[in-house]
Write a protein that binds this ligand. Sequence first.
Ligand code: FE2
Length: 193
Amino acid sequence: MTIELPALPWPKDSLAPHISVETLDYHHGKHHQAYVTNLNKLIAGTPQENASLEEIVKNSSGGIFNNAAQVWNHTFYWNSMKPGGGGEPTGAIADAINASFGSYAAVLEQFVAAATTQFGSGWAWLVKSGDKLEIVKTGNAETPLTTDKKPLLTIDVWEHAYYVDYRNARPKYIDTFLDSLINWDFANANLAG
Ligand code: FE2
């Protein structure tokens, strides 16, 4: 089946001033679209042409994996943010964070450290591993989807995610993501799913 670029889950101007329309024009309209276009070219005429995106990510390597994982990771990232997001979690995810990390402050510290220290391009994730929540980071297109850990939330720390709005100030982008954008409803839905 043809892999489609999903629409953004909120209006393109609704994350401003934290994430600008210009960033999203490039990040969703060009980068995410390019991964979709490349993936469709690479799987055309192969057995993976009829597989779901998740199946392709879990059963591929090389260029097919890189493009498929980036398609999946970006869709997950858009849903990890919302207009008016940010701040402390509520509901089951708040209880799970307290049980696994001890406090919201402690999970924040680990998340910021992972997102800041991911050298070069990659991602930081909140995941469920067995009965516990963990923070992990992945390089380039790597994704917890290929492991036994269940992704709950992610932040894209490729430069293309923040360079237009924050230039080289990755820590400021990470702080803004946590203060004003992070979508705990999505984490709660993934935890329950
Ligand atoms: Fe990205």
